[in-house]
Ligand binder design. Sequence first.
Ligand code: ASP
Length: 330
Amino acid sequence: MERRKFIKNSGLGSAAILGGSLAAACAEKDTAEKAGENTESIKPIVIATWDVPNATASAFDVLTREGNSLDAVEQGVMVEEADVANQSVGKGGRPDRDGNVTLDACIMDKDSRCGAVVYLQNIVHAVSVARKVMEETPHVMLAGEGARQFAVEMGFEEVDLLTEKSKQEWLEWKKTSQYEPVINIENHDTIGMLAIDSNGDIAGACTTSGMAYKMAGRVGDSPIIGAGLFVDNEIGGATATGMGEEVVRTVGSFLIVELMRQGKTPQQACEEGVKRIIAKKENYKDIQIGFIAINKAGETGAYCIHPGFSYRKYTGEGHENIPAASYIKS
Ligand code: ASP
């Protein structure tokens, strides 16, 4: 793809990126310039939790066609929502303990506008309903039956989300009904995606069917702005996968963006986000948490508790699956 360059809107260059820590940002810019890096150029980039090449390719395709980051993240995660082989998202997602597939999703744009749906049933593209909540209502979040009704009014088709495979697995689970979250389940849990477009604007989306065999009515971190996803166009974005209750308790994605605001790299911020959870969770070895983050300069980072989490990165230079460093080494 043609590598496009653009000048950031702000005359402050990377100082504007880090907002609160102006001095640190200036020092960093000096160092980068001495090292010969062009701090005035940013290229479009997409990252997503887990190894989801089709999703990131779809999002990057939107960016390549001069699309904006909001369209890119929506289109990108929709690929996984429609893929019945992904049993953690959209159609084919694992049901709750009563056999109902319930979806949670949110989306956030460069202007800090956001929308979310929780406990949504019978609609494949929860992320698109979340976007409609953002664009067509005065609200941020719609739940359950109200969210479903709104989706139908907006023209979304109703479908049965429970596939035969997920149904059979649920029936098998019901024989013991032991609720035990499985770490790195199927290697493609919640899909959180962050993108920067050719204007340098950041958007993010997050979508999930939640923890398999959860209690009826349970909602995790994924649709909660600040927990499962947060974007601040001045700074960067972060998104999470794993045990949502712990991400909510620490407002994980907001925390990571704030740490970047204070001058941490995306990698350092993700590590601190995971460590905050570990500090408050005695049995942290029983759970998995994974964060990914991106800053305004297009630098990325990821960190998790257990090995096994990775993220997909798509830039004009290539498409790679990057294993995240983990707190527990093996
Ligand atoms: N974070 C999701 C939730 O708690 C689940 C996951 O990512 O595995 O609903």
